[in-house]
Design a protein around this ligand. Structure first.
Ligand SMILES: [Fe+2]
Ligand SMILES: [Fe+2]
Length: 186
């Protein structure tokens, strides 16, 4: 089903970014001067791709169609919590100075809290939301896919989704110089 394929692709992109981010925050926390734009780019990804685009699709298009109201309320509450944690992450990044241990530790903590919650949320959707969509909304697949497209164009602007997918691809190369070199064996 196109609808669930799209959501799964987006979930995979999110999980990929969280992994890259945690490598970078752990390097920064260890004293490496990871440039601030790595963390601000990831912050934009959280705000635009995750919240406006992905959560927007789920909240606007899918959740109102769910028969399980309690599941809907739980997932919406998790989105709200994610928004707060993304803000806390952005605030920590604002105060971040490359090479400064205390501000790097604050970014690391905020990123880790956000990543933990978001991974749990994605796991819950994989277990409980996607199967329900496949079961209850299969006949609406075309309508849902069109509604998703509209959200991308209207809320984040044509091309933004693709631009952010492109940004993701730059992350491993940008963190690589700061990852610990393997310890030489004696
Ligand atoms: Fe969600
Ligand atoms: Fe999701």
């Amino acid at each position: 089903m196109e609808t669930t394929d799209t959501l799964q692709t987006e979930h995979n992109a999110v999980l990929y970014v969280l992994d890259q981010l945690e490598q970078a925050t752990s390097a920064a926390g260890g004293g490496q001067p990871v440039p601030a734009d790595f963390f601000t780019d990831v912050g934009e990804f959280f705000r635009v791709f995750v919240d406006q685009c992905h959560h927007g699709k789920e909240e606007t298009v899918l959740f109102p169609r769910l028969s399980d109201v309690r599941l809907r309320q739980m997932l919406e509450a998790e989105h709200n919590q994610g928004r707060q944690l993304a803000k806390a992450y952005a605030a920590a990044v604002d105060a971040y100075v490359p090479g400064d241990a205390a501000s790097a530790a604050a970014v690391q903590r905020a990123a880790s809290e956000y990543a933990t919650r978001l991974r749990e949320h994605i796991a819950r959707e994989t277990d409980r939301l996607l199967p329900v969509v496949e079961k209850e909304l299969a006949a609406d697949d075309n309508d849902l896919a069109e509604a998703f497209e509209r959200i991308e164009t209207e809320r984040i602007g044509a091309g933004t989704h693709e631009r952010l997918h492109g940004m993701i691809e730059t992350l491993p190369g940008r963190v690589a110089p700061f990852l610990a070199a393997p310890v030489a064996s004696r």
